[in-house]
Design a protein around this ligand. Structure first.
Ligand SMILES: NC(=O)c1ccc[n+]([C@@H]2O[C@H](COP(=O)([O-])OP(=O)(O)OC[C@H]3O[C@@H](n4cnc5c(N)ncnc54)[C@H](O)[C@@H]3O)[C@@H](O)[C@H]2O)c1
Length: 303
């Protein structure tokens, strides 16, 4: 991987501007494209505000060039990462268009949250250079990037992408099979399914679910993964626990009817002021700020 690569980020929303920021801070030249002028025009302002807030080198923003023309934005890129809205047809159309304009060796990545990369890339002429890179929000604070290969991805494209992210200070991992939700969101939503089920079954209320997690194993999770934990307590004890509890844990294949009923009642969480719990403006701001503060502290202690 070249020390200085040419990166194109397509989509200047929440994730796109943050991804551009990380690559620019790592010394790469970054072109950013969005079809929405308001988002494209504000991208550098948002990046600069983040750099200031984090105490990072503000001159990095000078390496970011917004471009309203998709073809021009990707033409010279070594690497293109897409972070547009989570819509399969849109992503398919976009990559077909991108492929018409890039160099033969350009690597193409999608930052989709859960759509299989295979579905997004299946129509491309050269699928060996296409893969997934799943970042977490905010991209400049959460270290993990899941690098997802499809059956067609070349090892060289995967290795190059992993090296690119490592050199930019991220923690890339290789996901070998392109399954929905990859690794992180599968694990996260396995937990959410049981969390919702506990409330649905009247075992405890929503606040209690969150308290139990935050005040117990959540405290350890950042330094003790579940499989490390299983080894720590012993696989024999883990087996004994599973023999007792697994049969009672939620295993339904579809979404919870309780969750469906919240959505039907327009209890949409922060955006409507109520979801599993009620959220006034102050409580929303306090929670957002607490999460951001926590992530900043974790980044500082990593450094
Ligand atoms: N928000 C998260 O926490 C998160 C985390 C990981 C992955 N993702 C994924 O990243 C992607 C982007 O998510 P986001 O949260 O940044 O969304 P967002 O809505 O903040 O940004 C999407 C951007 O894409 C732009 N866009 C839409 N159609 C376009 C087109 N045809 N050409 C160019 N730009 C176009 C929009 O104008 C917008 O600026 C999604 O696939 C999402 O699932 C999101």
């Amino acid at each position: 991987m070249a020390a200085k690569a040419r990166i194109a980020v397509i989509g200047a929303g929440l994730m796109g501007h943050g991804i551009a920021q990380v690559f620019a801070l790592a010394g790469h030249d970054v072109t950013i494209h969005d079809q929405l002028a308001a988002n494209l025009d504000s991208a550098k302002t948002r990046i600069l505000a983040n750099l200031k807030d984090l105490g990072d080198d503000q001159s990095a923003v000078e390496r970011v060039t917004p471009n309203a023309d998709l073809a021009a934005a990707v033409r010279d890129a070594d690497y293109v990462v897409e972070a547009v809205s989570e819509d399969l047809a849109l992503k398919q159309r976009l990559f077909a268009e991108i492929e018409r304009h890039v160099q033969p060796a350009t690597i193409l990545a999608s930052n989709t949250s859960v759509i299989p990369i295979t579905r997004i890339m299946e129509g491309l002429r050269d699928r060996s250079r296409a893969l997934g890179t799943h970042w977490w929000n905010p991209p400049y604070l959460v270290p993990l990037v899941e690098v997802i290969g499809t059956q067609w991805s070349s090892q060289a494209a995967i290795d190059w992408t992993i090296a690119l992210h490592k050199a930019a200070g991220k923690m890339p991992v290789h996901v070998k099979k392109d399954v929905p939700g990859f690794v992180g969101n599968r694990l996260q939503h396995a937990l959410w399914r049981e969390a919702i089920s506990l409330v649905e079954r009247g075992i405890c209320d929503a606040e209690t679910v969150d308290t139990v997690i935050k005040a117990s194993f959540g405290r350890r999770l950042a330094v003790l993964g579940p499989l490390e934990n299983a080894d720590l307590v012993g696989t024999d004890l883990t087996l004994a626990i599973h023999q007792t509890v697994l049969a009672d844990i939620e295993s339904r294949a579809g979404p919870s009817p309780y969750l469906e009923s919240l959505v039907k009642q327009k209890k949409l969480g922060f955006k409507s002021g109520e979801g599993f719990r009620k959220w006034g403006a102050d409580a929303q701001a306090a929670l957002r700020s607490k999460v951001l503060q926590h992530l900043k502290q974790a980044r500082a202690s990593d450094a």
